[in-house]
Design a protein around this ligand. Structure first.
Ligand code: SF4
Length: 65
């Protein structure tokens, strides 16, 4: 499972981090780090990552088919 991040759309709300802190972190400046950019998300983090997709208020996270 992979996720595409729309970096231009991301506004640094940090809700993804709340849902999946092992997958996403947002620093104090609102800059997002996606820890599995371009690689498969480990199976143990998939459920949390799916939740993060659902909570992003600007739809910056999309599941790669
Ligand atoms: S929830 Fe969406 S807008 Fe907020 S930091 Fe995560 S990807 Fe960016």
């Amino acid at each position: 499972m992979r996720i595409d991040v729309d970096w231009d759309a991301c506004e640094g709300h940090g809700l993804c981090e709340e849902s999946a802190p092992a997958v996403f972190t947002v620093d104090d400046d609102g800059d997002l780090t996606y820890h599995f950019d371009g690689v498969d998300i480990p199976a143990e983090h998939e459920e949390a990552a799916r939740s993060a997709i659902g909570v992003c208020p600007v739809i910056a996270l999309r599941l790669v088919p």
